[in-house]
Write a protein that binds this ligand. Structure first.
Ligand SMILES: [Mg+2]
Length: 262
């Protein structure tokens, strides 16, 4: 089966690693695939790191040369979306270094709380240094200065080595509650935006593309929304498949099992 695809869009958290600890059987499968005639792009909703940092981490872990172009993340995607829609804007981010790097690289001006009246867009993401003050600034920018409210992704939880922890969606929910406003755009999966960016850049059709992920509500839904095939692996936060309205094309314990079955 795997031979029928020439472009794989592989999720990171819960597929390549769990809290940056490699998931060995998937990593082994990816190493094998890299020697074959198949293009791999790593696609993640996690915006805490930039494409550059992900490429460095992946190169080291896989012992292969992975470049920034081989990675798509929601921090890059939202920066790209803002640029295409509004040009370069003043952004107040709730997020970590990786998001700030992607916003700056796209030419946006990242603004701190002292200049909140200048903010044109708020971008909310996973921020493990979140404070009440940051929520206050974002709330003020949205309610008082009419900044547009956007998000990198809506994942409720993130997988960590001991289980799960609150994700970007949990932070967004608190701002939705306080402002009464919902994000006008969320770049990450299940929105097909990142898939469309990749296909456009590679000039690739929707055929012969396989999305590999660990979640029905994000990865499989993303594939379905982008009209791509999907493989669900059981190495991450897979919920019950029966309860999801999105059904994967294939299910396997892990990527190596899927390749061996093929
Ligand atoms: Mg995942």
């Amino acid at each position: 089966m795997i031979e029928t695809y020439d472009l794989l869009l592989i999720d990171l958290d819960g597929v390549v690693w769990r809290g940056l600890k490699p998931i060995e059987r998937n990593v082994e499968a990816i190493r094998k695939l890299c020697g074959r005639d198949v293009k791999i792009i790593f696609v993640t909703n996690n915006a805490t790191k930039s494409r550059r940092t992900y490429a460095e981490l992946l190169s080291r872990m896989l012992d292969l040369k992975i470049s920034e172009k081989d990675v798509m993340c929601s921090g890059y995607a939202i920066s790209n979306w803002l640029l295409n829609r509004y040009g370069k804007v003043n952004v107040y981010p709730i997020g970590e270094e990786g998001l700030i790097e992607e916003l700056s690289k796209a030419g946006h001006r990242v603004i701190d709380g002292k200049m909140i009246d200048k903010v044109e867009a708020v971008v909310v993401s996973l921020d493990r240094t979140l404070t009440y003050r940051k929520l206050e600034y974002a709330h003020e920018a949205i309610t008082k200065y009419n900044a547009i409210f956007t998000a990198t992704n809506q994942d409720h939880v993130i997988p960590i080595s001991s289980g799960t922890a609150p994700g970007a969606g949990a932070i967004i929910a608190s701002l939705v509650k306080s402002t009464g406003v919902k994000p006008i755009f969320t770049a990450g999966k299940p929105n097909p935006y990142m898939a469309n960016l990749i296909l456009k850049r590679l000039k690739h059709s929707r055929r012969r593309v396989l999305v590999v992920g660990d979640r029905c509500d994000t990865d499989v839904a993303f594939a379905s929304n982008a009209k791509l095939d999907s493989l669900l692996v059981m190495t991450g936060v897979t919920g019950t498949i029966a309860s999801s309205k999105y059904k994967p094309t294939y299910i396997a314990k892990d990527l190596l099992e899927f390749m061996e079955k093929s």
